[in-house]
Design a binder for this molecule. Structure first.
Ligand code: ATP
Ligand code: MG
Length: 553
Protein backbone atom coordinates (compact mmCIF):
# COMPACT_ATOMS: atom_id res chain seq x y z
CA UNK A 1 0.00 0.00 0.00
CA UNK A 2 3.03 2.21 0.39
CA UNK A 3 3.03 4.94 -2.20
CA UNK A 4 6.07 7.09 -2.48
CA UNK A 5 5.93 9.46 -5.44
CA UNK A 6 8.01 6.90 -7.29
CA UNK A 7 5.17 4.44 -7.56
CA UNK A 8 1.84 6.18 -8.19
CA UNK A 9 0.04 6.49 -11.52
CA UNK A 10 0.91 10.19 -11.81
CA UNK A 11 4.59 9.37 -11.52
CA UNK A 12 4.17 6.85 -14.33
CA UNK A 13 2.69 9.56 -16.56
CA UNK A 14 5.40 12.05 -15.66
CA UNK A 15 8.12 9.45 -16.11
CA UNK A 16 6.81 8.72 -19.62
CA UNK A 17 6.64 12.44 -20.46
CA UNK A 18 10.25 12.91 -19.43
CA UNK A 19 11.37 9.78 -21.28
CA UNK A 20 9.59 10.82 -24.48
CA UNK A 21 11.01 14.34 -24.29
CA UNK A 22 7.55 15.95 -24.13
CA UNK A 23 8.55 17.61 -20.91
CA UNK A 24 12.02 18.81 -19.94
CA UNK A 25 11.34 20.25 -16.50
CA UNK A 26 8.32 19.16 -14.51
CA UNK A 27 6.29 22.08 -13.17
CA UNK A 28 3.36 21.49 -10.82
CA UNK A 29 1.45 23.82 -8.54
CA UNK A 30 -0.73 23.81 -5.47
CA UNK A 31 -3.61 26.21 -6.20
CA UNK A 32 -5.72 26.91 -3.11
CA UNK A 33 -8.59 29.34 -3.13
CA UNK A 34 -8.10 31.59 -0.07
CA UNK A 35 -11.63 31.08 1.24
CA UNK A 36 -10.80 29.01 4.31
CA UNK A 37 -7.98 27.23 6.09
CA UNK A 38 -6.31 24.21 4.53
CA UNK A 39 -7.54 20.80 5.64
CA UNK A 40 -6.16 17.27 5.55
CA UNK A 41 -7.43 16.84 1.97
CA UNK A 42 -5.29 19.78 0.91
CA UNK A 43 -2.32 18.19 2.65
CA UNK A 44 -2.78 15.29 0.25
CA UNK A 45 -2.81 17.63 -2.73
CA UNK A 46 0.26 19.45 -1.40
CA UNK A 47 2.07 16.19 -0.86
CA UNK A 48 1.22 15.03 -4.39
CA UNK A 49 2.19 18.26 -6.14
CA UNK A 50 5.32 19.11 -4.19
CA UNK A 51 6.27 15.44 -3.97
CA UNK A 52 6.10 14.87 -7.73
CA UNK A 53 8.06 18.03 -8.49
CA UNK A 54 10.73 17.07 -5.99
CA UNK A 55 10.97 13.46 -7.13
CA UNK A 56 11.49 14.60 -10.71
CA UNK A 57 13.86 17.48 -10.13
CA UNK A 58 11.12 19.95 -11.05
CA UNK A 59 9.40 22.93 -9.49
CA UNK A 60 6.15 23.47 -7.66
CA UNK A 61 4.37 26.82 -7.45
CA UNK A 62 2.14 28.05 -4.69
CA UNK A 63 -0.65 29.98 -6.37
CA UNK A 64 -3.75 31.49 -4.89
CA UNK A 65 -6.75 30.96 -7.12
CA UNK A 66 -8.29 34.20 -5.95
CA UNK A 67 -11.06 34.85 -8.45
CA UNK A 68 -13.92 35.03 -5.95
CA UNK A 69 -13.29 38.10 -3.77
CA UNK A 70 -16.52 37.94 -1.70
CA UNK A 71 -15.46 34.74 -0.02
CA UNK A 72 -11.74 35.35 0.22
CA UNK A 73 -9.50 37.19 2.64
CA UNK A 74 -5.87 37.88 3.45
CA UNK A 75 -6.34 36.11 6.77
CA UNK A 76 -6.78 32.89 4.83
CA UNK A 77 -3.81 33.67 2.62
CA UNK A 78 -1.53 34.09 5.61
CA UNK A 79 -2.80 30.92 7.26
CA UNK A 80 -2.35 28.88 4.07
CA UNK A 81 1.20 30.14 3.52
CA UNK A 82 2.10 29.29 7.12
CA UNK A 83 0.58 25.81 6.80
CA UNK A 84 2.42 24.91 3.60
CA UNK A 85 5.67 26.08 5.14
CA UNK A 86 5.00 24.21 8.37
CA UNK A 87 4.36 21.02 6.41
CA UNK A 88 7.91 21.45 5.20
CA UNK A 89 7.48 22.46 1.57
CA UNK A 90 9.14 25.30 -0.31
CA UNK A 91 7.48 26.65 -3.42
CA UNK A 92 9.34 27.95 -6.45
CA UNK A 93 9.94 31.69 -6.54
CA UNK A 94 7.38 34.12 -5.20
CA UNK A 95 3.89 33.29 -4.08
CA UNK A 96 1.64 33.68 -7.10
CA UNK A 97 -1.88 35.02 -7.45
CA UNK A 98 -4.44 34.47 -10.16
CA UNK A 99 -5.40 38.09 -9.58
CA UNK A 100 -2.06 39.26 -10.90
CA UNK A 101 -3.13 37.82 -14.28
CA UNK A 102 -6.47 39.67 -14.37
CA UNK A 103 -5.38 42.00 -17.15
CA UNK A 104 -4.18 39.05 -19.23
CA UNK A 105 -7.51 37.24 -18.72
CA UNK A 106 -9.35 40.36 -19.79
CA UNK A 107 -7.20 40.68 -22.91
CA UNK A 108 -7.96 37.04 -23.70
CA UNK A 109 -11.66 37.67 -23.24
CA UNK A 110 -11.37 40.48 -25.82
CA UNK A 111 -9.46 38.08 -28.04
CA UNK A 112 -12.25 35.49 -27.83
CA UNK A 113 -14.83 38.13 -28.75
CA UNK A 114 -12.79 39.22 -31.75
CA UNK A 115 -12.56 35.59 -32.88
CA UNK A 116 -16.35 35.34 -32.54
CA UNK A 117 -15.91 32.87 -29.68
CA UNK A 118 -17.52 34.88 -26.87
CA UNK A 119 -20.53 37.15 -26.39
CA UNK A 120 -22.17 39.33 -23.79
CA UNK A 121 -25.44 37.80 -22.62
CA UNK A 122 -28.28 39.62 -20.83
CA UNK A 123 -30.28 36.61 -19.67
CA UNK A 124 -30.93 36.73 -15.95
CA UNK A 125 -30.02 33.76 -13.76
CA UNK A 126 -33.44 32.08 -14.02
CA UNK A 127 -33.64 32.51 -17.77
CA UNK A 128 -30.10 31.29 -18.21
CA UNK A 129 -30.92 28.15 -16.24
CA UNK A 130 -33.91 27.50 -18.41
CA UNK A 131 -31.95 27.98 -21.63
CA UNK A 132 -29.21 25.72 -20.36
CA UNK A 133 -31.26 22.53 -20.63
CA UNK A 134 -30.68 19.47 -18.49
CA UNK A 135 -28.54 16.36 -18.56
CA UNK A 136 -31.15 14.71 -20.79
CA UNK A 137 -32.26 17.75 -22.81
CA UNK A 138 -30.07 20.00 -24.93
CA UNK A 139 -29.96 23.70 -24.15
CA UNK A 140 -31.10 26.52 -26.42
CA UNK A 141 -29.06 29.36 -27.83
CA UNK A 142 -29.32 32.63 -25.97
CA UNK A 143 -31.13 35.37 -27.92
CA UNK A 144 -27.97 37.48 -27.38
CA UNK A 145 -25.64 34.90 -28.92
CA UNK A 146 -25.40 36.59 -32.31
CA UNK A 147 -24.43 40.05 -31.16
CA UNK A 148 -21.80 41.62 -33.38
CA UNK A 149 -18.15 41.67 -32.41
CA UNK A 150 -18.30 45.47 -32.10
CA UNK A 151 -21.31 45.40 -29.81
CA UNK A 152 -19.74 42.71 -27.64
CA UNK A 153 -16.47 44.64 -27.34
CA UNK A 154 -18.35 47.77 -26.39
CA UNK A 155 -20.51 45.97 -23.81
CA UNK A 156 -17.57 44.17 -22.21
CA UNK A 157 -15.67 47.45 -21.91
CA UNK A 158 -18.68 49.03 -20.26
CA UNK A 159 -19.11 46.06 -17.91
CA UNK A 160 -15.51 46.62 -16.92
CA UNK A 161 -16.11 50.34 -16.47
CA UNK A 162 -18.84 49.55 -13.96
CA UNK A 163 -21.76 50.84 -16.06
CA UNK A 164 -24.08 47.89 -15.39
CA UNK A 165 -25.55 46.41 -12.27
CA UNK A 166 -24.41 43.08 -10.88
CA UNK A 167 -26.20 40.25 -12.66
CA UNK A 168 -27.31 42.44 -15.56
CA UNK A 169 -24.85 40.93 -18.01
CA UNK A 170 -22.25 38.20 -18.26
CA UNK A 171 -19.64 37.28 -20.83
CA UNK A 172 -20.05 33.76 -22.18
CA UNK A 173 -17.98 31.52 -24.40
CA UNK A 174 -19.68 30.54 -27.63
CA UNK A 175 -19.27 26.78 -27.68
CA UNK A 176 -22.19 24.39 -28.00
CA UNK A 177 -25.57 24.59 -26.25
CA UNK A 178 -26.33 21.00 -27.18
CA UNK A 179 -23.14 19.47 -25.83
CA UNK A 180 -23.77 16.46 -23.57
CA UNK A 181 -21.19 18.05 -21.25
CA UNK A 182 -23.01 20.83 -19.43
CA UNK A 183 -19.72 22.66 -18.88
CA UNK A 184 -19.54 23.25 -22.65
CA UNK A 185 -22.94 24.92 -22.94
CA UNK A 186 -21.69 28.47 -23.41
CA UNK A 187 -20.11 28.74 -19.95
CA UNK A 188 -19.77 32.09 -18.19
CA UNK A 189 -16.36 33.74 -18.45
CA UNK A 190 -16.96 37.01 -16.60
CA UNK A 191 -19.46 38.26 -14.04
CA UNK A 192 -20.11 41.78 -12.82
CA UNK A 193 -19.08 41.98 -9.14
CA UNK A 194 -18.73 45.37 -7.53
CA UNK A 195 -16.64 44.21 -4.65
CA UNK A 196 -13.22 45.07 -3.34
CA UNK A 197 -10.61 42.41 -3.95
CA UNK A 198 -8.02 41.66 -1.25
CA UNK A 199 -5.19 41.96 -3.81
CA UNK A 200 -6.46 44.28 -6.56
CA UNK A 201 -8.65 46.59 -4.48
CA UNK A 202 -11.27 48.35 -6.60
CA UNK A 203 -9.46 47.96 -9.91
CA UNK A 204 -12.06 45.56 -11.27
CA UNK A 205 -15.81 45.45 -11.30
CA UNK A 206 -15.88 42.25 -13.34
CA UNK A 207 -14.21 39.01 -12.27
CA UNK A 208 -13.36 35.91 -14.30
CA UNK A 209 -14.97 32.62 -13.35
CA UNK A 210 -12.82 29.88 -11.90
CA UNK A 211 -13.22 27.91 -15.12
CA UNK A 212 -12.01 30.77 -17.31
CA UNK A 213 -9.05 31.44 -15.04
CA UNK A 214 -7.76 28.13 -13.81
CA UNK A 215 -6.32 26.51 -16.93
CA UNK A 216 -4.91 29.78 -18.24
CA UNK A 217 -3.15 30.41 -14.93
CA UNK A 218 -1.36 27.12 -15.40
CA UNK A 219 -0.51 28.02 -19.01
CA UNK A 220 0.93 31.39 -17.94
CA UNK A 221 3.10 29.71 -15.32
CA UNK A 222 4.32 26.97 -17.63
CA UNK A 223 2.77 24.27 -15.48
CA UNK A 224 3.37 20.97 -17.24
CA UNK A 225 1.11 18.74 -15.15
CA UNK A 226 -2.07 20.35 -13.80
CA UNK A 227 -3.01 17.90 -11.11
CA UNK A 228 -6.44 18.20 -9.57
CA UNK A 229 -9.18 16.13 -8.02
CA UNK A 230 -11.74 14.06 -9.91
CA UNK A 231 -14.60 16.54 -9.76
CA UNK A 232 -12.74 18.56 -12.38
CA UNK A 233 -12.63 15.74 -14.89
CA UNK A 234 -15.78 17.05 -16.61
CA UNK A 235 -14.21 20.48 -16.83
CA UNK A 236 -11.16 19.23 -18.68
CA UNK A 237 -12.76 19.54 -22.18
CA UNK A 238 -13.57 23.16 -21.40
CA UNK A 239 -10.04 23.91 -20.19
CA UNK A 240 -8.72 22.33 -23.36
CA UNK A 241 -11.11 24.38 -25.46
CA UNK A 242 -9.67 27.55 -23.92
CA UNK A 243 -6.12 26.37 -24.56
CA UNK A 244 -7.08 25.61 -28.18
CA UNK A 245 -8.73 28.98 -28.76
CA UNK A 246 -6.35 31.34 -26.98
CA UNK A 247 -2.73 32.33 -27.76
CA UNK A 248 -1.48 30.84 -24.50
CA UNK A 249 2.27 30.57 -23.90
CA UNK A 250 2.26 26.89 -22.91
CA UNK A 251 0.06 23.83 -22.93
CA UNK A 252 -0.52 22.22 -19.51
CA UNK A 253 -2.13 18.80 -19.28
CA UNK A 254 -4.62 18.02 -16.58
CA UNK A 255 -4.68 14.78 -14.60
CA UNK A 256 -7.18 13.94 -11.90
CA UNK A 257 -6.89 11.84 -8.76
CA UNK A 258 -9.38 10.83 -6.06
CA UNK A 259 -10.08 13.20 -3.19
CA UNK A 260 -8.99 12.18 0.24
CA UNK A 261 -11.99 11.63 2.49
CA UNK A 262 -11.03 10.33 5.92
CA UNK A 263 -13.77 8.63 7.93
CA UNK A 264 -15.27 10.52 10.90
CA UNK A 265 -14.25 13.75 9.17
CA UNK A 266 -15.64 16.40 6.88
CA UNK A 267 -13.29 17.96 4.35
CA UNK A 268 -15.16 20.78 2.76
CA UNK A 269 -14.21 24.33 3.52
CA UNK A 270 -17.86 25.34 3.38
CA UNK A 271 -18.78 22.87 6.10
CA UNK A 272 -15.72 23.63 8.17
CA UNK A 273 -16.62 27.30 7.96
CA UNK A 274 -20.08 26.49 9.25
CA UNK A 275 -18.54 24.77 12.30
CA UNK A 276 -16.51 27.92 12.93
CA UNK A 277 -19.34 30.38 12.26
CA UNK A 278 -21.79 28.50 14.47
CA UNK A 279 -19.13 28.24 17.18
CA UNK A 280 -19.28 24.47 17.37
CA UNK A 281 -15.51 24.75 17.50
CA UNK A 282 -13.25 27.50 18.69
CA UNK A 283 -11.98 28.76 15.33
CA UNK A 284 -10.36 27.23 12.25
CA UNK A 285 -7.38 26.07 14.30
CA UNK A 286 -9.42 24.37 17.01
CA UNK A 287 -7.54 21.13 17.77
CA UNK A 288 -10.62 19.10 16.77
CA UNK A 289 -10.67 20.54 13.26
CA UNK A 290 -9.22 18.50 10.37
CA UNK A 291 -7.43 21.67 9.29
CA UNK A 292 -3.65 21.68 9.10
CA UNK A 293 -3.47 24.36 11.77
CA UNK A 294 -6.01 22.52 13.95
CA UNK A 295 -4.02 19.31 13.67
CA UNK A 296 -0.85 21.21 14.42
CA UNK A 297 -2.39 22.62 17.57
CA UNK A 298 -3.66 19.16 18.47
CA UNK A 299 -0.07 17.91 18.41
CA UNK A 300 0.14 16.24 15.01
CA UNK A 301 3.61 16.56 13.54
CA UNK A 302 4.23 17.66 9.98
CA UNK A 303 6.15 14.42 9.45
CA UNK A 304 3.17 12.31 10.48
CA UNK A 305 0.83 14.15 8.11
CA UNK A 306 3.27 13.75 5.23
CA UNK A 307 3.73 10.09 6.11
CA UNK A 308 -0.04 9.54 6.15
CA UNK A 309 -0.41 11.16 2.73
CA UNK A 310 2.16 8.77 1.31
CA UNK A 311 0.75 5.75 3.10
CA UNK A 312 -2.75 6.12 1.64
CA UNK A 313 -1.64 6.21 -1.96
CA UNK A 314 -2.85 8.26 -4.91
CA UNK A 315 -5.54 6.68 -7.02
CA UNK A 316 -8.04 7.39 -9.74
CA UNK A 317 -11.05 6.74 -7.52
CA UNK A 318 -12.71 8.52 -4.64
CA UNK A 319 -12.89 6.46 -1.52
CA UNK A 320 -13.02 6.79 2.22
CA UNK A 321 -9.77 6.33 4.09
CA UNK A 322 -9.98 5.01 7.63
CA UNK A 323 -9.06 7.88 9.95
CA UNK A 324 -7.35 5.26 12.10
CA UNK A 325 -4.53 5.33 9.53
CA UNK A 326 -3.93 8.97 10.29
CA UNK A 327 -4.00 8.21 13.99
CA UNK A 328 -1.59 5.34 13.39
CA UNK A 329 0.84 7.70 11.65
CA UNK A 330 0.91 10.14 14.57
CA UNK A 331 1.17 7.40 17.19
CA UNK A 332 4.08 5.85 15.36
CA UNK A 333 5.91 9.17 15.16
CA UNK A 334 5.27 10.14 18.77
CA UNK A 335 6.02 6.72 20.18
CA UNK A 336 9.42 7.04 18.63
CA UNK A 337 10.11 10.71 19.28
CA UNK A 338 7.99 12.09 22.12
CA UNK A 339 9.61 12.60 25.50
CA UNK A 340 7.94 10.77 28.39
CA UNK A 341 6.51 12.45 31.43
CA UNK A 342 3.99 11.89 34.19
CA UNK A 343 0.72 13.72 34.56
CA UNK A 344 -2.05 12.82 36.98
CA UNK A 345 -5.41 13.78 35.47
CA UNK A 346 -7.62 12.93 38.42
CA UNK A 347 -5.47 13.44 41.52
CA UNK A 348 -5.82 11.38 44.69
CA UNK A 349 -3.35 12.15 47.46
CA UNK A 350 -1.18 9.39 48.87
CA UNK A 351 0.74 10.09 52.10
CA UNK A 352 3.78 7.88 52.56
CA UNK A 353 3.73 7.80 56.34
CA UNK A 354 7.23 6.34 56.72
CA UNK A 355 8.82 9.01 54.54
CA UNK A 356 10.33 12.11 56.23
CA UNK A 357 8.22 15.25 55.91
CA UNK A 358 10.77 17.65 54.52
CA UNK A 359 12.74 15.24 52.42
CA UNK A 360 13.01 15.79 48.68
CA UNK A 361 14.77 13.00 46.88
CA UNK A 362 15.79 13.82 43.36
CA UNK A 363 15.30 10.69 41.30
CA UNK A 364 16.27 10.48 37.68
CA UNK A 365 14.27 8.93 34.87
CA UNK A 366 14.93 8.40 31.17
CA UNK A 367 13.15 10.82 28.87
CA UNK A 368 12.48 7.92 26.52
CA UNK A 369 12.65 4.16 27.18
CA UNK A 370 14.80 3.39 24.15
CA UNK A 371 16.29 6.70 23.11
CA UNK A 372 19.40 7.26 25.23
CA UNK A 373 20.15 10.29 23.08
CA UNK A 374 17.22 12.11 24.73
CA UNK A 375 18.87 11.86 28.15
CA UNK A 376 17.30 11.87 31.60
CA UNK A 377 15.02 14.13 33.58
CA UNK A 378 15.01 14.95 37.28
CA UNK A 379 12.04 13.60 39.16
CA UNK A 380 11.50 14.85 42.73
CA UNK A 381 10.07 12.37 45.21
CA UNK A 382 8.38 13.47 48.45
CA UNK A 383 6.23 12.19 51.31
CA UNK A 384 3.00 13.30 49.61
CA UNK A 385 2.28 12.30 46.05
CA UNK A 386 -0.72 12.28 43.74
CA UNK A 387 -1.83 9.19 41.92
CA UNK A 388 -4.83 8.89 39.63
CA UNK A 389 -8.04 8.14 41.54
CA UNK A 390 -8.70 5.30 39.08
CA UNK A 391 -5.46 3.65 40.19
CA UNK A 392 -6.71 2.88 43.70
CA UNK A 393 -9.38 0.54 45.03
CA UNK A 394 -10.16 -0.57 48.55
CA UNK A 395 -10.62 -4.10 47.28
CA UNK A 396 -10.26 -5.59 43.86
CA UNK A 397 -9.90 -8.92 42.09
CA UNK A 398 -6.64 -10.20 40.64
CA UNK A 399 -7.14 -8.52 37.30
CA UNK A 400 -6.78 -5.08 38.84
CA UNK A 401 -3.06 -4.43 38.64
CA UNK A 402 -2.93 -1.14 40.51
CA UNK A 403 -2.97 -0.03 44.13
CA UNK A 404 -5.26 -1.97 46.48
CA UNK A 405 -5.52 -1.72 50.23
CA UNK A 406 -2.96 -4.03 51.84
CA UNK A 407 -1.29 -4.65 48.46
CA UNK A 408 1.75 -3.32 46.66
CA UNK A 409 2.27 -1.36 43.49
CA UNK A 410 5.32 0.17 41.91
CA UNK A 411 5.44 3.90 41.42
CA UNK A 412 6.84 4.43 37.94
CA UNK A 413 10.55 5.31 38.09
CA UNK A 414 10.43 5.18 41.93
CA UNK A 415 9.66 2.96 44.92
CA UNK A 416 7.32 0.10 45.50
CA UNK A 417 4.63 1.17 48.01
CA UNK A 418 2.00 -0.66 50.00
CA UNK A 419 -1.41 0.85 50.87
CA UNK A 420 -2.37 0.83 54.57
CA UNK A 421 -5.41 2.97 55.12
CA UNK A 422 -8.16 4.92 53.35
CA UNK A 423 -9.04 8.31 54.84
CA UNK A 424 -12.57 9.55 54.10
CA UNK A 425 -14.40 12.79 54.80
CA UNK A 426 -17.78 13.16 56.53
CA UNK A 427 -19.56 12.33 53.29
CA UNK A 428 -17.66 9.09 52.89
CA UNK A 429 -15.57 10.42 49.98
CA UNK A 430 -11.97 9.25 49.89
CA UNK A 431 -9.67 12.19 50.64
CA UNK A 432 -6.34 10.44 50.87
CA UNK A 433 -4.59 7.12 51.13
CA UNK A 434 -1.99 6.31 53.70
CA UNK A 435 0.74 4.02 52.51
CA UNK A 436 4.39 3.25 53.14
CA UNK A 437 7.39 2.71 50.92
CA UNK A 438 9.20 -0.59 50.71
CA UNK A 439 12.86 0.28 51.31
CA UNK A 440 15.48 -0.72 48.80
CA UNK A 441 13.05 -0.89 45.88
CA UNK A 442 14.48 1.82 43.63
CA UNK A 443 15.06 -0.20 40.50
CA UNK A 444 14.96 -3.41 42.58
CA UNK A 445 12.24 -5.85 43.53
CA UNK A 446 11.33 -6.06 47.23
CA UNK A 447 13.82 -8.15 49.22
CA UNK A 448 11.00 -10.11 50.86
CA UNK A 449 9.95 -11.47 47.50
CA UNK A 450 6.43 -9.97 47.57
CA UNK A 451 6.21 -8.40 44.16
CA UNK A 452 4.12 -5.34 43.27
CA UNK A 453 0.93 -5.94 41.28
CA UNK A 454 1.66 -3.36 38.63
CA UNK A 455 3.12 0.05 37.85
CA UNK A 456 1.29 3.35 38.20
CA UNK A 457 2.27 6.94 37.52
CA UNK A 458 2.46 9.65 40.16
CA UNK A 459 3.53 13.25 40.77
CA UNK A 460 4.94 14.88 43.91
CA UNK A 461 2.39 17.14 45.60
CA UNK A 462 4.95 19.68 46.77
CA UNK A 463 7.20 19.64 43.71
CA UNK A 464 4.62 19.04 41.00
CA UNK A 465 2.73 21.80 39.21
CA UNK A 466 -0.98 22.21 38.51
CA UNK A 467 -1.92 22.16 34.83
CA UNK A 468 -4.87 22.46 32.50
CA UNK A 469 -5.28 19.51 30.21
CA UNK A 470 -7.70 19.61 27.28
CA UNK A 471 -8.89 16.15 26.38
CA UNK A 472 -9.87 15.98 22.73
CA UNK A 473 -11.63 13.22 20.91
CA UNK A 474 -13.02 12.89 17.38
CA UNK A 475 -15.30 15.77 16.44
CA UNK A 476 -17.86 13.47 14.80
CA UNK A 477 -19.29 10.27 16.20
CA UNK A 478 -20.49 9.06 12.79
CA UNK A 479 -18.20 7.30 10.36
CA UNK A 480 -19.49 9.27 7.38
CA UNK A 481 -20.87 12.47 8.89
CA UNK A 482 -21.69 14.16 5.58
CA UNK A 483 -22.36 11.28 3.24
CA UNK A 484 -25.68 11.13 1.40
CA UNK A 485 -28.44 12.56 3.56
CA UNK A 486 -26.34 12.68 6.70
CA UNK A 487 -26.57 16.13 8.18
CA UNK A 488 -23.06 16.53 9.51
CA UNK A 489 -24.20 18.96 12.19
CA UNK A 490 -26.30 16.17 13.74
CA UNK A 491 -23.27 13.97 14.28
CA UNK A 492 -21.11 16.15 16.48
CA UNK A 493 -19.53 14.08 19.24
CA UNK A 494 -20.72 15.76 22.46
CA UNK A 495 -17.60 14.44 24.18
CA UNK A 496 -15.11 15.84 21.70
CA UNK A 497 -13.67 18.12 24.38
CA UNK A 498 -13.46 17.94 28.14
CA UNK A 499 -11.19 20.21 30.10
CA UNK A 500 -9.34 19.04 33.20
CA UNK A 501 -8.40 22.11 35.19
CA UNK A 502 -6.69 20.43 38.14
CA UNK A 503 -4.26 17.98 36.60
CA UNK A 504 -0.86 17.63 38.28
CA UNK A 505 2.34 17.39 36.28
CA UNK A 506 5.96 16.65 37.10
CA UNK A 507 8.18 19.78 37.00
CA UNK A 508 9.96 18.74 33.81
CA UNK A 509 6.64 19.03 31.96
CA UNK A 510 5.96 22.56 33.17
CA UNK A 511 9.26 23.53 31.58
CA UNK A 512 8.03 22.33 28.17
CA UNK A 513 8.29 24.70 25.27
CA UNK A 514 5.13 25.46 23.33
CA UNK A 515 4.30 22.77 20.77
CA UNK A 516 6.59 20.25 22.44
CA UNK A 517 5.11 16.75 22.30
CA UNK A 518 5.02 14.24 25.13
CA UNK A 519 3.80 10.86 26.03
CA UNK A 520 2.11 11.17 29.41
CA UNK A 521 2.81 7.70 30.68
CA UNK A 522 -0.24 5.45 30.67
CA UNK A 523 -2.43 8.31 29.39
CA UNK A 524 -1.54 9.08 25.82
CA UNK A 525 0.20 11.69 23.69
CA UNK A 526 -0.05 15.37 24.56
CA UNK A 527 1.36 18.64 23.34
CA UNK A 528 2.06 21.92 25.15
CA UNK A 529 -0.48 24.31 23.66
CA UNK A 530 0.88 26.48 20.88
CA UNK A 531 -0.69 29.66 22.27
CA UNK A 532 -1.78 29.20 25.88
CA UNK A 533 0.98 27.15 27.51
CA UNK A 534 3.50 28.78 29.84
CA UNK A 535 5.70 27.54 32.68
CA UNK A 536 3.48 29.47 35.12
CA UNK A 537 0.24 28.20 33.68
CA UNK A 538 0.90 24.96 31.82
CA UNK A 539 -1.70 23.93 29.24
CA UNK A 540 -1.58 20.64 27.35
CA UNK A 541 -3.75 19.25 24.57
CA UNK A 542 -4.40 15.56 24.13
CA UNK A 543 -3.27 14.51 20.68
CA UNK A 544 -4.31 10.88 20.78
CA UNK A 545 -4.59 7.97 23.17
CA UNK A 546 -2.00 5.25 23.41
CA UNK A 547 -4.17 2.86 21.43
CA UNK A 548 -7.26 2.97 19.29
CA UNK A 549 -10.20 2.99 21.71
CA UNK A 550 -12.72 3.36 18.86
CA UNK A 551 -11.96 -0.19 17.76
CA UNK A 552 -11.84 -1.82 21.20
CA UNK A 553 -15.18 -0.21 22.07
P1 ATP B 1 -13.17 22.36 -0.53
O1 ATP B 1 -14.12 21.47 -1.24
O2 ATP B 1 -12.75 21.88 0.81
O3 ATP B 1 -13.63 23.79 -0.49
P2 ATP B 1 -11.58 22.94 -2.76
O4 ATP B 1 -11.25 21.87 -3.71
O5 ATP B 1 -12.61 23.92 -3.15
O6 ATP B 1 -11.85 22.30 -1.36
P3 ATP B 1 -9.27 24.52 -3.23
O7 ATP B 1 -8.69 25.58 -2.39
O8 ATP B 1 -9.89 24.90 -4.52
O9 ATP B 1 -10.30 23.74 -2.34
O10 ATP B 1 -8.24 23.34 -3.43
C1 ATP B 1 -6.88 23.48 -3.72
C2 ATP B 1 -6.39 22.16 -4.22
O11 ATP B 1 -6.57 21.16 -3.23
C3 ATP B 1 -7.18 21.71 -5.44
O12 ATP B 1 -6.28 21.24 -6.41
C4 ATP B 1 -8.04 20.61 -4.92
O13 ATP B 1 -8.30 19.65 -5.90
C5 ATP B 1 -7.21 20.04 -3.77
N1 ATP B 1 -8.06 19.40 -2.76
C6 ATP B 1 -9.07 19.96 -2.08
N2 ATP B 1 -9.67 19.06 -1.28
C7 ATP B 1 -9.01 17.88 -1.46
C8 ATP B 1 -9.15 16.56 -0.92
N3 ATP B 1 -10.10 16.27 -0.04
N4 ATP B 1 -8.29 15.61 -1.34
C9 ATP B 1 -7.33 15.91 -2.23
N5 ATP B 1 -7.14 17.11 -2.77
C10 ATP B 1 -7.97 18.11 -2.41
MG1 MG C 1 -12.64 25.08 -4.78
Amino acid sequence: MDDTPASNFLQTIIGDDIASGRVATVVTRFPPEPNGFLHIGHAKSISVNFGLAEANGGRCNLRFDDTNPEKESSVYIEAIVADVRWLGYQWDGDIRYASSYFQQFYDWAVYLIKENNAYVCDLNADEAREYRGTLTEPGRNSPYRERSVEENLDLLARMKAGEFAEGAKVLRAKIDMSSPNMNMRDPILYRIRKVTHHQTGNDWSIYPTYDFAHGQEDAIEGVTHSICTLEFEDHRPLYEWFLDHLPVPSRPRQYEFGRLNPSYTVTSKRKLKQLVDEQIVDGWDDPRMPTISGMRRRGYTAASIRRFCEMIGTTRSDGVVDVAMLEFAIREDLNENAVRGMCVLNPLKVVLTDYPEDKIETLSAPRHPNRDDLGERELPFTREIYIDADDFRGEANKKYKRLVLGKRVRLRNAYVIEADEVIKDDNGEITEIHAHTIPGTLGENPADGIKPKGVIHWVSVAQGVPAEVRLYDRLFNHEAPDKGDNMFMDHINPESLSIVTNAWIEPALAAASREQQFQFEREGYFVADRFDHSADKPVFNKTIGLRDTWVDG
